[in-house]
Write a protein that binds this ligand. Sequence first.
Ligand code: NAD
Length: 443
Amino acid sequence: MKVTVFGIGYVGLVQAAVLADAGHHVCCVDIDPDKIAGLKKGVIPIYEPGLEALVLKGTREGRLVFTTDAAMGVGHGQLQFIAVGTPPDEDGSADLKYVLAVAETIARHMAGRKVIINKSTVPVGTADKVSAKVAAVLAERGESLPYAVVSNPEFLKEGAAVSDCQKPDRIVIGTSDSEAEKAMRELYAPFNRNHDKVIVMDVRSAELTKYAANCMLATKISFMNEIANLAELLGADIEAVRKGIGSDPRIGYHFIYPGCGYGGSCFPKDVQALVRTAQQVGYEPALLQSVEDVNYRQKQKLFQFINRHFKGELEGKTIALWGLAFKPNTDDMREASSRVLMEALWAAGAKVQAFDPEAMDETIRIYGQRSDLKLVSTLEEALAGADALAICTEWQPFRAPDFERIKASLSEPVIFDGRNLYEPAALKAQGFTYYAIGRGDSI
Ligand code: NAD
């Protein structure tokens, strides 16, 4: 099928590359000329396992093209994906200006029937707004061309985005237009062979499904963090509690890891956006608001440990930091816990010596060169001459480090672990002071 994707970010690029790999012909449109120029030369703007090979293959085989020419994009696809960002507005609700700008672009250039697909995470009612925008522009043009607006939320996880797109758990399609449903089923047929993963529903339910999924996951994390904080105060070990509750199949082991808070481009903004949506319809979402509040507090936790350990005397201290990305296998630092920690350390007069396997360039892009941030190229280098080690991301290479070397490098053997990577008793036996999340004997 001929497909156009507007917005070549984490979602759009992965979706486009995976669709092209399945045999579809995909035209990728973005307003960022540097990104498109880079992609034309095979430069992949983000880190995502398996993505580079797919993009290069699709480009080489002629099924994946990149352009800033919106008219060309609209002309190409019978299916038009909107995969642009929906960042939080000032009041936390999702800002739809990019989504509606694409809707307007499609309406300006379309010459025949189009299926317009909202892939971006958008509040309930957005499909109606997109539809109204298209109708208004077509009316302005004096045209009455057929179109359908479909909601098709994306559930990929950064760090595993390619495999999630290739093997989705479910494909949610929100539409009441049978022709559009047929086209969507045809598009996703290559990913739907093992068993039927397509769930068709009305547009509003599809839009709410995406928020409900992310809010549920964020709730699980904040719940565990709340119990972890209690465990600390009560002298219990959250790791034992986690195993104890995960064994109940109604609870399960997935996504119940405590830590120094969730980040990323989705959970924080989607929880806030659903809070705003609820308030707009006169409902006070007490649980969702608490999920956000708990997470905000949790992101301060490592700094509180560090500050308390050094008795508030952080001026001139150097903290080695392992992990800058908001989670492993990505270079994404949006809302990352590492940022909250670094900014608090800087404000207290400390220096940071940091290493991340993928997010170094992104860190420079965000913070530029500064005298209190030294980025180094190995995890060992981060330790050299530092006063303590803090860990914000559970990258695989951090899981089994050389503890003797850590001890020899740090001026004091102390680790502040925001991801509970190590065994407190083992570290204590090796002479470390070890702070983790919700592990009784760490405090
Ligand atoms: P992103 O910021 O990485 O990419 C958005 C892209 O859209 C940018 O390259 C930008 O230049 C481009 N853009 C903006 N306006 C445009 C226009 N008018 N025409 C063409 N391109 C335009 O965003 P993302 O992380 O890919 O997220 C996109 C959407 O998908 C968001 O709504 C997000 O909530 C949702 N989502 C994200 C994830 C994730 O893990 N990142 C997962 C599921 C859903």
